[in-house]
Design a binder for this molecule. Sequence first.
Ligand SMILES: NC(=O)c1ccc[n+]([C@@H]2O[C@H](COP(=O)([O-])OP(=O)(O)OC[C@H]3O[C@@H](n4cnc5c(N)ncnc54)[C@H](OP(=O)(O)O)[C@@H]3O)[C@@H](O)[C@H]2O)c1
Ligand SMILES: *[C@@H]1O[C@H](CO)[C@@H](O)[C@H](O)[C@H]1NC(C)=O
Ligand SMILES: *[C@@H]1O[C@H](CO)[C@@H](O)[C@H](O)[C@H]1NC(C)=O
Length: 331
Amino acid sequence: MSSISEITKAGVVLLAAVGALTITIKALSFWRLIFDLYIRPGKSLKKFGAGTGAWAVITGASDGIGKEFAYQLAAAKFNVFLISRTESKLQDISNDIESKYQVKSRIYAMDFTKGDKRDYENLKEIIEELVDVGVLINNVATNHEIPTPFILETDEIVNNIVEVNISGLLRTTKIILPKMISSNRGLIINVGSFSGMIPTPYLSVYSASKAFMSTWSAALGAELKSKGIVVENVNTYFVVSAMSKIRRSSWLIPLPKPYVKSVLSKIGVPGGATHIPYSSNAYPSHAIANWIITSTFNLSFWVKQGLAQQEDIRKRALKKREREAAAAKAQ
Ligand SMILES: NC(=O)c1ccc[n+]([C@@H]2O[C@H](COP(=O)([O-])OP(=O)(O)OC[C@H]3O[C@@H](n4cnc5c(N)ncnc54)[C@H](OP(=O)(O)O)[C@@H]3O)[C@@H](O)[C@H]2O)c1
Ligand SMILES: *[C@@H]1O[C@H](CO)[C@@H](O)[C@H](O)[C@H]1NC(C)=O
Ligand SMILES: *[C@@H]1O[C@H](CO)[C@@H](O)[C@H](O)[C@H]1NC(C)=O
């Protein structure tokens, strides 16, 4: 009898010890998150040539997050090279930036979904003329129109995502890297997504392209570290934009301006534990969401949550389409 109670006692002590250890580890990782978000400074943009005539290249620069990167990098005294599809929007932004910040700017209109060889050749020519490139923001992306099962997704949308999100990312970076290597410094920011961390059903190709981005960023970051080039995959939850179709900001969903401000002030700071190196959580509420996701349930749990959530969004999107079709018919 007494030996059984001894064993029980030992078991209780062991459980308590494991519990205390788990709590201590979680508390330490939460403290590290708070330290990263509110105390630890990021690398200065001066390290990458701000104010010395160096250029920042931004893809998807005419709207949302990319446009905000263009403005904030120009305010930090980088010349800016802006790329997206719409020439008129790029021209307006370029004029505005030049008059506001007294920096130089260039624009190039191309559609990354086309994967046109001539576009990439033109890009290469312009980049060669720029002399010194300090920063590259890989921001352009395209998504599924609505959450869609892979089997029902059109080949066109699947190809577009691969062209823009994977080929465009690789080709643009390859064109710009030699410039950074020759000056022994550079900053490459890849605008990633939570859906790269948690596989997202019904947005499977988009989600996988973001996982590609984070794995590739980690491998490339390790290759380039000794060459003075910083690679950062910025893990992004929702931001107000045309793509997210979210119009109102909240604690969890910032406008592009505060979002980009956080990213640029926290270069090289992971923002709490990340399970992939060279990935970071820059925006406080996104970093806290990431901490909760990674320190509570396992990935199977979150994938299941994603499935239910996307099924719901799809149902509502299909109903909206039906309503719109009926309204169009009635006219
Ligand atoms: N918003 C979010 O909630 C969220 C969350 C996670 C990750 N992200 C990531 O953040 C990045 C930017 O998204 P955003 O929300 O800022 O989007 P956005 O406001 O829709 O802006 C997209 C930009 O890309 C350009 N663009 C789109 N398709 C293009 C193409 N085929 N070729 C060339 N340029 C193209 C657009 O300009 P034109 O129309 O002139 O081409 C625009 O400048 C993306 O990588 C996205 O995955 C966003
Ligand atoms: C792929 O497309 C999605 C959808 O917009 C975008 O958010 C993401 O950034 C893109 N991925 C890459 C690797 O560019
Ligand atoms: C993940 O957690 C759930 C409970 O939330 C559990 O049922 C499942 O077995 C876990 N899966 C793995 C792979 O650990």
